[in-house]
Design a protein around this ligand. Structure first.
Ligand SMILES: [Zn+2]
Ligand SMILES: [Zn+2]
Length: 391
């Protein structure tokens, strides 16, 4: 076995420390290094085990005396002095349970460490999942939906106790109602404490004389319910709406799970969405782009007059501030973006063709400065290449 640290050093106390001081020091270490607070941290786990081991010895006056006199050899079960003697060590786990009872209350009741390991076995009911498909507008402005679900609820006959009327529910004598038994095991790596579910009460902490005929002792029964779901304005495709306590009831007065509403939003034929902003393309004619216009365009909740200035270019984006989607967390509204798409006529009748030819004649080069710049560049580039060849 590897070198063991001094138990006093492990807990940071001295030989003169009172049992209370030792207990306090242990609590501090146990809370600091508890595996539930340090998931996956093997160093913390080692320290937790080390602190447990130290406390087991130092909290027991008899073992402490032996340790003070003989050191580790005085309390090593394999060395012949110890009480347990390998295997499932019989001695000492009462103390362990005691201190944990204290720690749990210090954390505010059973299960204080967050995991199901703390206190009684977790009786929390399972979460339920449902899918809801919304139209674009339902998602944008919120909607109320009536949904039929089948979930387990507290048994209406026994009120969740699981016991037939007139029969009694007793606290389990094997685990004292905790639903768990603590077992210490000597391994080549040291003492390991394990928490096992009590096999007498199957972790419930109590024993029912005569189980309720309706729920067979589970305390829950399956019920069909129609529930009203308020979908807040602004939800997006892929959001999950958790309805706390609307899932399955836990057995034996356990807490109720959540109802998780998975939201999918159908695409709109006009509006595209990105976060809280909406987008669409607005096709305008060449004449509208060149001459300017005022066009009534849709927003998600109304209509708005959009002024197209003279000379608006293809691809120009107009931003309508605050005309987007309400933020689901109430942080205002997004914007609406309108992208201009100048439509070139695909077919012209004779009159139109004549008019356009007339236009081309009078337009000259000023009508397309970009084009003028482009052809100037082409010319300059050609010249440069020629002079390079000559050089
Ligand atoms: Zn029942
Ligand atoms: Zn039990």
């Amino acid at each position: 076995m590897s070198e063991k640290r001094d138990y006093y050093e492990v807990l940071g106390v001295s030989k003169e420390s009172s049992p209370d001081e030792i207990k306090k020091a242990y609590r501090k270490k146990a809370m600091e290094f508890h595996p539930d607070k340090n998931p996956g941290d093997s160093v913390a786990e080692e320290k937790f085990k080390e602190a447990n081991e130290a406390y087991e010895i130092l909290s027991d006056a008899d073992k402490k005396a032996r340790y003070d006199q003989y050191g580790h050899a005085g309390v090593d079960p394999n060395a012949g002095y110890g009480g347990g003697g390998g295997g499932f060590g019989g001695g000492g786990f009462g103390g362990f349970e005691d201190i944990f009872g204290d720690i749990f209350s210090a954390f505010g009741g059973g299960g204080g460490f967050g995991g199901s390991r703390g206190g009684r076995r977790s009786n929390r009911g399972s979460d339920m999942k449902i899918n809801i498909s919304l139209s674009f507008h339902e998602a944008v402005f919120g909607v109320e939906k009536k949904i039929k679900i089948k979930r387990s609820e507290e048994c209406s006959v026994c009120g969740g106790s699981g016991a037939e009327k007139g029969s009694s529910v007793k606290t389990c004598d094997q685990c004292g109602g905790s639903g768990q038994v603590y077992v210490r095991q000597q391994t080549p790596f040291g003492t390991v404490q394990q928490v096992h579910t009590c096999d007498k009460c199957h972790g419930e902490g109590k024993i029912i004389d005569k189980p309720c005929a309706t729920c067979h002792g589970s305390g829950v029964e399956s019920k069909e319910r129609t529930i009203n779901i308020k979908i807040p304005a602004g939800v997006d495709d892929g959001s999950i709406l958790p309805l706390r306590g609307q899932g399955n009831a836990g057995p034996n007065h356990g807490s109720t799970g959540d109802l998780l509403v998975y939201i999918s939003v159908r695409e709109d034929i006009l509006f595209k969405r990105n976060d809280d902003d909406v987008y669409y393309e607005l096709p305008i004619t060449y004449a509208q782009a060149a001459l300017g216009d005022s066009i009534v365009v849709p927003t998600i909740d109304s209509k708005i007059k959009l002024k197209i200035p003279e000379g608006t270019q293809n691809g120009k984006v107009f931003r309508l501030k605050g005309k987007g989607i309400p933020n689901v967390n109430g942080h205002g509204r997004g914007d609406q973006f309108i992208t201009i798409k100048v439509e070139v006529p695909r077919k012209l009748n004779r009159d139109q063709r004549n008019a356009l030819n007339e236009y081309a004649k009078v337009a000259g080069e000023e009508a397309h400065p970009e084009g003028k710049r482009f052809w100037n560049r082409v010319e300059a580039e050609a010249k440069e290449n020629h002079s390079k060849k000559d050089a």
